[in-house]
Design a protein around this ligand. Structure first.
Ligand code: HEC
Ligand code: HEC
Length: 358
C-alpha cells in the first residue's frame, strides 16, 4: 500500500490527492506539477539509514503517513505536524517517537493496527538521536535541550554513570558468568526454573551459587560438569561444550569468591561507534544468545548464528526490542537477565547504522 502510494507520487504529481482525499503538501525542493524523478524517499526500496536529513528522510514519512490527519487546517487530536517547527515539540516530549513505536502510554500512530516500516522507524530514531537537525528548507531551530527518547523511554530507572572503568582482572558475575550460564544451560528442557533437570536451576545467582564451592573451587559442580566427557559433560552433546577460555573464566570467578558482582563500563570505556557485525555483534550473541538460538531446534525457532537471520531480527525491531526489554517484545536473554547496557548500546548503534554485514 505504501509502496503503491510512493509510485503514485513518483509517477504522477504532487498536487494530486492521496487516498484520504486530503491534499498533500509539496515535498520541499520539488516544483508542483513537475515530473522529474524524486530523490528516493524512505518508503522506496532503498533503506538509507546512513545519511539522515529532515527533508530527505523524515518529512516524506510525515507526509505519507501523518499529514492527512495532522495538517494545519484540521489537526487530529490538535496535533499539527505540518512544519519542522510544529514537529519538534513532539520530538522533545517523546510523543512522536512513542506514538510511532507504539510504546505503552502513547497513542499508536499511524493507527493501532498500522506501523511505519522498520526502515522508517530506524530513520526517525536516528534523526532524533542526532538531535533532530533541520533540513535546508525549513527553519533552522537549534534544540535547547536535546533529548534521546531511546534512553529516556526505555531506561528510565538507570541513572547516568560517568566513565566507569571495570577491573580487567575481575570476572563479573552479572556481565560474564550469568549470560554465559543462562544461554548455555537455562534453556527449556534443561536448567530453567520449570524443567530443572536433576533438580538444578541455573537462571539466577541464588540458584547458580548452589552448584559452587568457594572453599574448594575446583570441586564445584558448576566447574567439574564442564570438564566431564560423554553424556555427563555440560552442556551435553550434541550441544557444544564450553571453550577453554570460558571454562577458565568460570573457575576464576569461583576462585575470586563467586561474588554476585557487576561492573558496567560506561563513558569512554564503552565504545559504540563504527560497530562491526563480525567483531562487535557476533561476540555478544555468542556469549549470551546462541546457546539457545542455534542448532537443529533453536529456542523460539530463532537461529542467531547467521548474518541473514540476525539482520532479519534487527530490521523487524525484535533484536533491539528483546535485548532492551521493550514493551511488546519477549525480554532476552530472559525477563530477569539483561545483557549489559554497553552491549545494548552496541547493538543499537549497529542497527542504527543499517545493520551491515561488516
Ligand atoms: C487517521 C488519522 C491519523 C493518522 C494517519 C495519524 N494520526 Fe496521530 N493522531 C490522530 C488522532 C485522532 C489523535 C488524537 C487521539 C489520540 O491521541 O488517540 C492523534 C494523536 C497523535 C499524537 C499525540 C499522541 C499522544 O500519545 O498524545 C501524536 C504525537 C501523533 N498523533 C503523531 C502521529 C504521527 C507521527 C503520525 C504518522 C506516522 C500520525 N500521528 C498519523 C489521528 C491520526
Ligand atoms: C535460555 C534460552 C535463551 C537465551 C539465552 C536467549 N533466548 Fe531469545 N528466545 C528464547 C525463547 C524460548 C524464545 C521464544 C519465546 C516465546 O516465543 O515465548 C526466544 C525468543 C527470542 C526472540 C523473539 C522475540 C519476540 O519478541 O518475538 C528474539 C529476537 C530473541 N529471542 C533474541 C535473543 C537474543 C538477542 C538473545 C541474547 C541476548 C537471546 N535471545 C537469548 C530463549 C532464549
Amino acid at each position: 500500500m505504501k509502496r503503491i502510494r510512493v509510485i503514485f507520487l513518483l509517477g504522477i504529481i504532487f498536487a494530486c490527492q492521496n487516498d484520504k482525499n486530503t491534499p498533500l503538501p509539496i515535498i520541499p525542493g520539488e516544483t508542483p506539477g513537475s515530473t522529474s524523478p524524486v530523490t528516493p524517499g524512505p518508503t522506496a526500496s532503498i533503506c538509507d539509514t546512513v545519511s539522515i536529513s529532515f527533508d530527505k528522510s523524515i518529512w516524506p514519512i510525515v507526509q505519507n503517513n501523518c499529514i492527512s490527519c495532522h495538517n494545519a487546517t484540521a489537526p487530529s487530536g490538535n496535533v499539527d505536524l505540518s512544519t519542522y517547527d510544529k514537529i519538534i515539540p513532539y520530538v522533545k516530549n517523546g510523543k512522536l517517537y512513542g506514538s510511532m513505536m507504539h510504546l505503552p502510554g502513547y497513542s499508536p500512530m499511524p493507527s493501532a493496527t498500522s506501523y511505519l516500516t522498520s526502515c522508517e522507524l530506524i530513520m526517525v530514531k536516528k534523526w532524533i538521536i542526532g538531535s533532530y537537525p533541520s533540513g535546508t528548507i525549513l527553519v533552522d531551530l537549534k534544540p535547547a535541550n536535546p533529548v534521546n527518547p531511546i534512553i529516556t523511554i526505555t531506561k528510565p530507572t538507570t541513572p547516568p554513570t560517568t566513565n566507569v572503568v571495570c577491573n580487567p582482572d575481575t570476572v563479573y558475575f552479572k556481565q560474564k558468568i550469568l549470560p554465559l550460564i543462562v544461554s548455555n544451560c537455562a534453556m527449556s528442557g534443561c536448567h530453567d526454573a520449570i524443567s530443572k533437570k536433576d533438580g538444578v536451576i541455573l537462571t539466577d545467582y541464588t540458584n547458580i551459587i548452589k552448584e559452587v564451592s568457594t572453599k574448594n573451587p575446583t570441586s564445584s559442580e558448576l566447574y567439574t560438569s564442564l570438564l566431564e566427557t560423554g553424556e555427563d559433560r555440560m552442556p551435553p552433546p550434541p550441544m557444544a561444550g564450553f571453550s577453554k577460555e570460558n571454562i577458565a573464566m568460570v573457575l576464576t570467578w569461583i576462585k575470586q569468591g563467586a561474588k554476585n558482582n557487576s561492573c558496567e563500563a560506561s563513558g569512554t570505556a564503552c565504545i559504540t561507534i563504527n560497530m562491526s557485525y563480525a567483531k562487535d555483534i557476533t561476540p555478544i550473541l555468542q556469549a549470551s544468545c546462541t546457546g539457545c538460538h542455534s542448532g537443529t531446534k533453536p529456542q523460539g525457532a530463532i537461529d542467531l548464528t547467521t548474518y541473514a537471520n540476525v539482520s532479519k531480527y534487527a530490521l523487524n525491531g525484535k533484536l533491539y526490542g528483546s535485548v532492551a526489554h521493550l514493551a511488546g517484545y519477549i525480554a532476552m536473554p530472559s525477563a530477569s537477565v539483561s545483557i549489559s547496557s554497553c552491549e545494548i548500546s552496541k547493538i543499537k548503534s549497529w542497527i542504527d547504522s543499517g545493520s551491515k554485514n561488516n
